[in-house]
Design a protein around this ligand. Sequence first.
Ligand SMILES: [Zn+2]
Length: 311
Amino acid sequence: MSCVACGSSNITLAYKARDIHEKSFTHFRCQSCNTVQIEHFDSALLAYAYDTGYYGGTDTKFKWPFSTLFDLGKKLAAKHTATLINDSETDILDIGCGKGDFLEKLHGLGHSRLWGNDIEKPQQLPAYIHWLPGSFPDIQEVGQQFDLITLTHVFEHLQEPVKVISKLNDLLKPNGRILLSQPNIDSLQAEKYQNFWLHLDPPRHLHLIPPAQLKKMFAEAGFQLESEKYDSPLYNPFGYLQSWLNKRITQRDLLYEFLKKGGRIKNLKGFFQLIFSFLFAGLSFPFYFLLDRSESKKGKSGTMELVFRKK
Ligand SMILES: [Zn+2]
């Protein structure tokens, strides 16, 4: 076994992490670049990982009123992303586009040449989004290049990161840009909570490559780093509080899973744990929100957003 990010064979056992169905997955850490990767990725693992209603059907992912809050968060995130897009960037591809929410927001902001890629085509994908089927980087022939490609919490789900970066390079026009966001394995919340960390999301996150190594890989493929950002009110405070709860409550991601549509509590113990989780979340959110602001300045908060330009 070798590191998917740097190729080093100097990898050691990091931890075993239980998923939401109590199944255990072994994670390894690369001693050269600090990438954490899951034991082995094969088709059986991937089938298991996406079997249990991961895509949340065709409707909103979360229960009301959390769906409203989450949509607001997503809207603000899309608005922020839109500010990064230049007027000259017209052809935009979103990899792992899900139901096309992000592209829909861009359409609302006046962008019209939009492509979306994901494994399954959602039933309600707006007609103005060009659909590209396939598991990236194995997608159907596109026949054109893009000004901007976005991967929002998607890169860590893709099996071969080196191959992914090379395909991104092929798909971009000269000077084209990549906007990539994903969990930050170098964050203080990842270090503190290890196997209990929310953003480990076993077994869907196949590898978590630290910012320094990601920058190195993109540089080697001919990209230049344009900007980096680490604060995220949508992902980071919740990452902290759910991880804190995971360490104390046996059921992994109890609160997060309950907030999803169809999320249910199994017994009385779970009910009390949920009440406790809600109370803790409400009380701790402002603290974690401020903590994220401070940690992000040092590149140590729960998620990262990197923008690369093709040279
Ligand atoms: Zn490595």
